[in-house]
Design a protein around this ligand. Structure first.
Ligand SMILES: [Zn+2]
Length: 53
């Protein structure tokens, strides 16, 4: 699965998944932490990193 670790890191780095509707969103982690990012679908601000399950 991890073909190119570096590239994958870059791909996953700024991607978060909405805890509510599971939609992916790319955003600055700092913004996520500060609650500045809203889900486009459900407007929730609960996100988790893409990697964790
Ligand atoms: Zn959502």
């Amino acid at each position: 699965m991890a073909k190119i670790p570096e590239a994958q890191n870059r791909l996953f780095k700024n991607i978060f998944v909405c805890k509510k509707c599971q939609s992916k969103i790319r955003a600055d982690p700092q913004k996520i932490l500060k609650g500045k990012v809203k889900c486009r679908k459900c407007k929730k601000k609960a996100f988790r990193p893409l990697k964790k399950k």
